[in-house]
Ligand binder design. Structure first.
Ligand SMILES: Nc1nc2c(ncn2[C@@H]2O[C@H](COP(=O)(O)OP(=O)(O)O)[C@@H](O)[C@H]2O)c(=O)[nH]1
Ligand SMILES: [Ca+2]
Length: 443
């Protein structure tokens, strides 16, 4: 059978996600208020590539936005497709093409050109996905997060400069400030916008927004819309930010804790975070299998680590080690104790790794579920068959971060979500809305 031309045109390894399921996501670009009309439309060829993202089938009313997430552990491209069916109707978010590469840009701190090359390879996917006559109208932006925040200014800027060159050489629209390090508070706000938009909470009268928890490699964010006056009064000033989008102003509680991402926390637990010259030093922990001795590369630095050969291992000593990393270091808003949160990134990944949730479906957990798994893994470390020697440490850190860091209760509910209506729950969608808004792009 001959492959459909659409498949040939977009045959990269990219995955196309379409918001084809009952909800079609519509947005009003003029006012940027978003509505969620219902549709049971079945798209032609929908399981492979919906026609609207196939260049050969692209309709005149399709437009695109390209957002790169330069995270500490990987670089990802999100190519969003919007469709306006008639001049009177509202443009709709139609789908997303998503692809990622590892490691992240910060691993190329001393080879900025090589780092930029990884961005170029991802951008080539957009050349296939966006029809040529729309290239000039399609904005491309890269925002870096904690990995680059932790590099020296000089090294980070060298990387960003090389990426900027890649963008300038591409046929896409390169807005001012298209390559930058994102402020941590935006990371939380934009992820909150994404999740609440995708779950339909930003439209209509009865807005019941949900808080979001993102656990990256190098930093972690918590964001929610405070309901109680107390929270506004008791929070440090820089934890509260007003943000305007979709014709509403949201006064959000948000904070990004740099150095509290899962991988940075491993280094902190090992006592190796921010060590300038590691020089073959061995870092040991009771959270690792006793006999383990290995090497680990993070942010372009090599670390040697191992288990407590002679000493204790297991959940209790591990928890005490990890506690030192989080105890008293995070602000604890009372209001969150009883509420439920959407959680993604490494919360999701580690819950999948330990069969707490299904990879495709996600699920709802209580904070104590992470603790139960941490005990199970840490107290059976020699027998537990895990892909990563850090599984005990990671689960213990997640438990301590949630309970002792943020102050959640054992029974606080966490909605573990990777995708909503087939769109990745990432700050990148919120950032794309913001970008299109600032560029005044309407069809
Ligand atoms: N759901 C979702 N998770 C993502 C996406 N991109 C990265 N992640 C997760 O983010 C985590 C890595 O964090 P990363 O962004 O590299 O580090 P950061 O710079 O500290 O935020 C891993 O758990 C990834 O699975 C995405 O588009 N969607
Ligand atoms: Ca991230």
């Amino acid at each position: 059978m001959t492959a459909h031309p659409c498949l040939t045109a977009s045959s990269g390894s990219g995955r196309m996600a379409s918001s084809r399921l009952p909800i079609l996501l519509a947005l009003v670009f003029s006012s940027f208020s978003f509505v969620l009309p219902h549709s049971n439309r079945v798209m032609w060829f929908q399981d492979l590539f919906p026609p609207n993202v196939c260049p050969i089938n692209a309709k005149a009313n399709t437009f695109y936005g390209i957002m790169f997430d330069a995270g500490s552990t990987g670089t990802r491209i999100h190519i969003y497709t919007f469709v306006q069916k008639s001049p009177e109707s509202l443009p709709e978010l139609e789908g997303e093409i998503f692809e990622s590469v590892k490691p992240g840009l910060s691993a190329y701190a001393d080879q900025p050109e090589k780092g930029a090359e990884t961005v170029k390879r991802l951008l080539d996917m957009a050349i296939d996905a966006v029809p040529p006559h729309l290239w000039k109208k399609t904005p491309v932006v890269l925002k870096a997060t904690a990995g680059l925040r932790l590099l020296s200014e000089e090294k980070a800027q060298a990387l960003l400069l090389e990426v900027k060159e890649v963008f300038e050489e591409s046929p896409f629209l390169v807005p001012e400030n298209s390559v930058s390090i994102m402020d941590g508070s935006y990371e939380g706000i934009l992820a909150w916008i994404t999740v609440n938009f995708l779950t339909g909470q930003l439209s209509g009268q009865n807005k019941h927004t949900v808080g979001t928890l993102d656990l990256g490699g190098a930093s972690t964010q918590i964001t929610f819309l405070p309901r109680f006056e107390e929270t506004l009064k008791e929070s440090p000033g820089d934890f509260l930010t007003s943000f305007e989008m979709f014709n509403s102003t949201y006064k959000l509680y948000t904070h990004s804790y740099l150095g509290f991402g899962l991988k940075a926390a491993r280094l902190a637990t090992l006592g190796a975070l921010n060590m300038e010259a590691v020089d073959g030093q061995m870092f040991r922990s009771s959270c690792l299998p006793k006999q383990l001795e290995a090497e680990w590369h993070f942010g372009g630095v090599k670390y040697r680590y191992g288990g407590n050969k002679e000493g204790e291992t297991g959940f209790r000593p591990c928890y005490l080690e990890v506690l030192k990393v989080v105890k008293g270091k995070l602000h604890q808003p009372d209001e969150i104790r009883g509420s439920s949160f959407y959680a993604f990134s490494y919360y999701y990944d580690r819950a999948v790794d330990t069969n707490l949730i299904d990879y495709e479906q996600g699920g709802v957990l209580e904070v104590r579920d992470f603790e139960r798994k941490a005990k199970e893994v840490c107290d059976n470390m020699e027998r537990y068959n895990s892909a990563s020697p850090f599984l005990c440490m990671d689960l213990t850190y997640i438990t301590a971060l949630l309970k002792e860091g943020f102050g959640f209760r054992d029974n606080t509910l966490l909605q573990l979500t990777k995708k909503v209506n087939n769109i990745e729950t990432s700050w990148t969608l919120g950032a794309t809305f913001h970008l299109l808004q600032s560029l005044g792009i309407t069809y």
